[in-house]
Write a protein that binds this ligand. Structure first.
Ligand code: UDP
Length: 363
């Protein structure tokens, strides 16, 4: 169904990294998919992002210079709000404030305090997409203030993520998507398993490597090498693991490498808000073996498109690996097509914007 109305949308990207570097993690894919899905449905978008950002098929990209924000996933609960000067985030928000009258709505993706705090000072409504679970007290407080003062304006990826935040029932689940045309189905995999994501302790790569060492099944590893010391520690801890690190690949290379895997292992130590890599694997027909924790629990259909394993249990992973042949690679692709298309995502965004704008005009 075509959209009832075409919106003018100002999209504020993450301030932790230029788009296209991979350092933003899954949020980069959230931004790319929102842009593509909404443009395909004839909405007009301007994206504001740190300079050196690369974003394909975008109507208008405004690049802003300044120092990047630190990533939140390495914070402690009491880590204070920081704004390295000259701050790219404050410059992005100043830009948004200046041009806001030209837009119906602002869609915001930073996991940062400032845009939430500034919300009451904007005239154009702001839709906040929170792409990680609770990490710091400062973020919890400002997210809570925003969801209470502006009901319906804060969205999350999954209910598992919402459960980590204050007022868990006030968030709208928007989920994620993949551009299915970029991921090819593979019916006949090789012997290797796959693992992909940022190489950083919260992603728990050590458990996947331990399972590879125990089973002697090759493991392909893809992703941004975020923490070099951690990676070196893993290599020395598992000297006999049959692992191969392929580097950080673009989507084309990623899907070519992953689609021939028998399964994707997801072994996060934190509550994964969504886990974009799960739906990228499904889109290639690759089943997902994941810890029963966070976003993947809402994606995987156990016994059909993957297995959910007791968290932190390498034994559990090994058992699941032994049951990969019960899973159906066609069902994996089918699930990606029906639940995670760009169009389905854009329709969810539209319904969210419609509700925010209806409430805004009623006040
Ligand atoms: N990714 C990539 N190239 C790689 C490995 C991963 O582009 O070689 C991307 C992948 O497409 C996904 C992101 O890294 O979009 C990881 O996102 P996810 O939501 O799984 O985790 P996050 O990094 O947000 O914690």
């Amino acid at each position: 169904m075509p959209p009832a109305q075409s919106y003018r949308i100002l999209l504020i990207s993450t301030a932790v990294a230029p788009l296209g570097t991979g350092l933003g993690g899954g949020v980069e894919l959230f931004v790319q998919n929102a842009v593509q899905g909404l443009q395909q449905r004839h909405h007009r978008l301007t994206v504001v992002a740190p300079e050196k950002s690369v974003l394909s098929n975008c109507d208008r990209l405004v690049q802003i210079s300044g120092k990047l924000q630190p990533t939140a996933h390495t914070s402690q609960r009491d880590t204070p709000v920081v704004m390295p000067e000259p701050s790219v985030l404050s410059a992005m928000m100043t830009y948004a404030q200046t041009v806001q009258a030209d837009y119906d709505i602002i869609l915001h993706f930073c996991y940062d305090w400032l845009p939430f705090y500034l919300t009451p000072f904007f005239q154009t409504p702001i839709a906040h997409y929170v792409s990680m679970g609770s990490l710091t007290d400062a973020m919890d407080v400002v997210i809570a203030q925003t969801t209470m003062a502006f009901p319906g304006t804060v969205a999350v990826c999954t209910q598992a993520q919402a459960a980590t935040l204050p007022h868990p029932h006030t968030y709208r689940s928007i989920g994620s998507a993949v551009d299915l045309s970029l991921y090819d189905f593979c019916a006949t995999p090789g012997r290797a398993l796959g693992w992909m994501g940022r190489i950083s302790p919260e992603k728990g790569l050590e458990d996947a490597i331990a399972a590879a060492q125990a089973t002697q099944i090759p493991l392909k590893i893809l992703g941004k090498l975020e923490n070099q010391a951690y990676w070196e520690h893993l290599q020395s801890s598992y000297p006999h693991a049959p692992i191969e690190y392929l580097g950080f690949l673009d989507t084309r290379g990623l899907q070519a490498a992953i689609r021939t895997c028998r399964a994707l292992l997801m072994t996060p130590k934190w509550i994964e808000a969504f886990g974009n890599v799960a739906i990228e694997a499904l889109a290639c027909g690759v089943p997902v073996l994941a810890y029963h924790r966070g976003g993947p629990t809402e994606i995987i259909r156990p016994g059909k498109t993957g297995w959910l394993v007791e968290p932190d249990s390498v034994e559990g992973l090994i058992d699941a690996i032994a049951k990969i042949d019960c899973l159906d690679r066609q069902a994996c692709r089918h699930q990606a097509e029906t639940e995670y298309s760009l169009d389905a995502l854009a329709v969810r965004y539209e319904a969210w914007f419609q509700d925010i704008l209806a409430r805004d005009s009623a006040t």
